[in-house]
Ligand binder design. Structure first.
Ligand code: ATP
Ligand code: MG
Length: 443
């Protein structure tokens, strides 16, 4: 029998339900992850106990009832919240997302049958071992995502499952079983009915998975149902010597080339989304994309707003897109300017964006990353010197200038011009040098 170590609060919950005469199992994602040797994100319990029976078993513990309508009671044990859901069968779905009603059942099999994929429909109990009514384990070993039941029916019931399928494919490195894949492609337009917040939550996980680029390349129609702007990128020939890939393939490679952080991955996904609209063919037969970064910024901003991404994430992604093809030269002066403009963290992220983009070009151009390494090393040297990068860091301040008779806009302008001098390397950031410079300017 399989034996997995599970946290004591989860074991306690199973034991207390069992002692009260109910069936109780761990279920879903945690069982899948235990079998894969991954650390489960959370543990879910499924039980024959009705919600009020569960509440009776855990009377005296902290209970959270937000999921009660769907049969879920959250119990806080040893400080850890645990979702305990009554075995249930979902009713009909009018809106491709929410079951119109849920019906409780006393059968684990019926509960498992409503779950999305066979690998998510297994249950585990430390004394009874694995319950696998739908072949989840065999699919797990083959790395396959297969709907429980008829895939088209399941995707029509709840279109979010389409995106969950490709999200799991990316995160777990799995493939979709052929009938599931075909149904997912066919029903992808139904994703239009799903709330944007739910779509973006799945999209972020998908993009941060190790198989993101592969999924993008294989299922552009599913991603395109969320972001129609990706459509024209599919198979788009850039007609440019730097590129050996069509635009979507280049994009997929760029996504894979950057660390799995949501803002960075979204920036790579959308960095060239303005290219199809800005394409022109030069006299030399080369494709050009003048102004594409600006157009990508406009489109990305609209896309990320539509998907209700938080402002800070959208702003960061858009900033990186805006400068994704700006020149980064290994020279301290422009690097000080970049650090002044973007701040340390975003500037290093921008270098990562350039590197990811470069490594998605034709192989002959990959060696250009050596220059980015120099930019990065120089930036680190500059930062190590406790540099002056903002007005706050200047060795003189507004009070010093007021004492010299400066006031109003002239004072601000004088400070800014001193900072310019320091960033350019023309002035030392010392009180003496800065005051002398003011004097030289005759003010
Ligand atoms: P994660 O690692 O993201 O938590 P998970 O499989 O646990 O993955 P959850 O969203 O936490 O995903 O859902 C828990 C379980 O509930 C799933 O494993 C699956 O059995 C079931 N489930 C979740 N969403 C759906 C859905 N839309 N349709 C059918 N079953 C679902
Ligand atoms: Mg989960």
């Amino acid at each position: 029998m399989d034996r997995f170590s599970i946290p004591s609060y989860a074991r306690t919950a199973l034991d207390r339900l069992t002692a009260a005469g109910h069936e109780a199992w761990l279920v879903g994602g945690c069982v899948r992850d235990l079998l894969l040797g991954r650390v489960p994100g959370d543990y879910d319990v499924t039980t024959s106990a009705l919600p009020e029976e569960t509440e009776g078993v855990f009377a005296g513990e902290r209970l959270i009832e937000t999921g009660l309508r769907h049969g879920t009671v959250t119990v806080v044990l040893e400080g850890c919240p645990l979702e305990i859901t009554t075995y249930r069968v979902d009713g009909t779905y009018a809106d491709a997302r929410h079951p119109d009603q849920v019906t409780f059942t006393r059968s684990l099999r019926e509960d498992a049958a409503r779950r999305d994929f066979t690998v998510n429909a297994m249950a585990y109990h430390p004394d009874r071992g694995l319950w696998d009514g739908f072949g989840g384990r065999a699919d797990l070993e083959k790395g396959l995502l297969r709907c429980v039941g008829d895939p088209e029916t399941r995707f029509r019931e709840d279109a979010l499952r389409i995106l969950r399928a490709v999200r799991f494919a990316s995160v777990l490195g799995f493939t979709l079983e052929p009938a599931t894949a075909e149904a997912a492609r066919r029903t992808a337009p139904l994703l239009g009915q799903i709330a944007p917040e739910r779509l973006s939550a799945e999209l972020t996980k998908l993009l941060c998975g190790p198989g993101a680029g592969t999924v993008l390349g294989e299922y552009p129609d599913i991603l395109g149902a969320l972001i129609p702007e990706l459509g024209p990128m599919v198979g788009f020939d850039q007609r440019n010597r730097h590129h050996c890939h069509d635009l979507l393939t280049h994009t997929a490679a760029a996504v894979d080339n950057i660390p799995p952080d949501p803002a960075l991955r979204l920036a790579m996904l959308l960095h060239d989304v303005g290219k199809p609209e800005t394409f022109s063919l030069g006299e030399d037969g080369q494709g050009h994309f003048y102004g594409h970064a600006k157009r990508s910024v406009e489109l990305a901003d609209a896309i990320l707003r539509r998907l209700r991404y938080p402002n800070h994430l959208r702003e960061k992604a858009v900033t990186l897109i805006r400068f994704h093809d700006a020149p980064l030269t290994p020279d301290p002066r422009p690097i000080r300017r970049w650090l002044n403009k973007l701040g340390e963290e975003t500037f290093f992220d921008l270098i990562a964006v350039h590197r990811a983009d470069t490594l998605a070009l034709a192989p002959a151009y990959h060696s250009r990353t050596a220059e980015l390494d120099r930019v990065e090393a120089l930036a680190r040297d500059i930062l190590a010197e406790a540099p002056c990068l903002t007005l706050r860091d200047l060795a003189v301040d507004g009070h010093d200038l007021m004492a010299l008779g400066y006031a109003g806009p002239a004072l601000g302008a004088a400070l800014r011009s001193l900072l310019d001098g320091v960033l350019e390397g023309d002035l030392d950031n010392t009180r003496q040098a800065l005051l002398a410079a003011l004097e030289r300017e005759g003010r």
